[in-house]
Write a protein that binds this ligand. Structure first.
Ligand code: S3P
Length: 167
């Protein structure tokens, strides 16, 4: 079994993924963390020093490596769906899309200093809307399962995923 969580920034992929992996006794892999581990520096540092293009290359390599692991839950970064290569790679697992409203993203990223795409922006809401317009169709294209946003806690989202997987 290989479950892959996709969705926009602050959709809860890492938290939900970690809890889901515990419930299912699977390994947990966070692609952003893998990028940081192999680079030895933070994502913000990579964006700053090397730019987004180089980050996307590192992200692609980390995704390929993560997908070589069986029996795991993988949390991805919000931009993983941007390339056709990555979208094809995601077919190596069951892809779960965590739909999230701009409002929730804004609330959760209010004091965020770890997401360079928001850090660089002087209008967070507009940036999130622009990203959403480009990425939502790509998330939908990749998703095998979509968890629609409601007033759900992370634990409720885990429950919904288990229901949809009939587990
Ligand atoms: C990004 C999302 C981040 C991280 C990087 C770029 C994006 O991950 O990969 O800052 O392009 O949306 P999260 O979705 O976990 O915040």
């Amino acid at each position: 079994m290989r479950l892959i969580l996709i969705g926009p920034m602050a959709s809860g992929k890492s938290t939900v993924g970690r809890r889901l992996s515990k419930r299912l006794k699977l390994d947990f892999i966070d692609v952003d963390e893998e990028v940081e581990k192999s680079a030895g520096v933070s994502i913000s540092w990579i964006f700053d020093a090397e730019g987004e293009k180089k980050f996307r290359e590192r992200e692609n390599k980390a995704l390929i490596k993560s997908l070589n692991v069986d029996n795991c839950v993988i949390a991805t970064g919000g931009g993983v769906v941007l390339t056709e290569e990555n979208r094809n790679l995601l077919k190596k697992g069951t892809v779960i899309y965590l739909q999230t409203s701009i409002q929730t993203q804004l609330e959760r990223t209010l004091n965020d200093d770890k997401r360079p795409l928001l850090q660089e922006s002087d209008n967070t809401e507009q940036t999130l809307r622009e990203l959403k317009e480009i990425r939502d169709p790509l998330f939908e294209e990749c998703a095998n399962i979509t968890i629609k946003e409601g007033k759900n806690s992370h634990n409720e989202v885990v429950g919904k995923i288990l229901d949809k997987l009939n587990l």
